[in-house]
Design a protein around this ligand. Sequence first.
Ligand SMILES: O=C(O)CCC(=O)C(=O)O
Ligand SMILES: [Fe+2]
Length: 329
Amino acid sequence: MSSVQSTTTQTITSIPLSTHYGDWRDDLVKNGYTVIKAAISPDRAKNYQQRAFDWLKSFNTPLDFENPDTWVRENLPVLTDINTFENYSVVHEKFMWDARLEPGVFDAFAKLWGTEDLLVSFDSLNVTFPNRKDKPRKPSWPHIDQSPLRRGLQCVQGIIALSKAGPEDGSLMVLPRSNNHVEEYFDTKTDPMSWDKIDWRVFDEEEMEFFHSQGLKPIKVEVEPGDLILWDSRTIHWGAEPEAESNAIRTVIYVSYSPAALASAESIKMKQQIFRDHGATTHWAHDNIFPRDLLAYLPDGSVDPRNRSEPLEPPELTDRLLKVAGMKP
Ligand SMILES: O=C(O)CCC(=O)C(=O)O
Ligand SMILES: [Fe+2]
């Protein structure tokens, strides 16, 4: 881990949103999540998926997208246990920036926040192969990406779907309306001394009972390529791996924008350093800026000789890119 500390400002006030917009913003506020259909055209989404696959192929392993026998760790660059790629500067590859900057994605967040003066997260790529032969399916991992110390809506996360997700496929699971119950849960069922500053809180099965007893039930967010899922970081969620019947290679890019005005000078400075390093940070864009490892480590702890400190194909540094990256006021 880098020596740079994370920035976390617990004091910022929550972002007020109305519940009477008459569009998807109402669902986001009420249910804690929403899906914007075809934020990107399906053809463009398929093209991004192909570019993600080309990136995986650039490591010159026997990986073959048509042959499930080759869907094993040895044939893949280092990935996390939630099937995300965040090293090798992938976060700053042109295809990742192009997807983030797609007008349908940018405009959705601009509409949500009522401003085009936004910052974007430097977040990862997820490629999840169904029925991996070398790895058991990860059980559910319900969590939120906001500390109990922060109150109200402070971050809206996003997933750009580049593959289809039907009932048997890998996708985001959400507990609708849990965004409106987690604070009550923390206040009535937990000890404030246990509240951590980290914007990450996992719920075990027993804790989930509280929410189930309020009638909340998890659902899988089904999507078509090009759909944009948005959710409140306080909504309980997890990424579900594909079931045995699935043959879809789940491919998604995480993206979150928030108003630049919410970022502290310290957060901007940190973001700029991470951008120069071609590094990745958290799901958040304006705060909770935390550098992820720049180096890719193999399971034995050694640095992957395939490590890359810059993208294969860098993005064009347009005015908009530099602004949302925090490099230009
Ligand atoms: O991959 C997913 O669907 C969920 C990942 C996640 O928890 C997140 O992006 O915050
Ligand atoms: Fe999450």
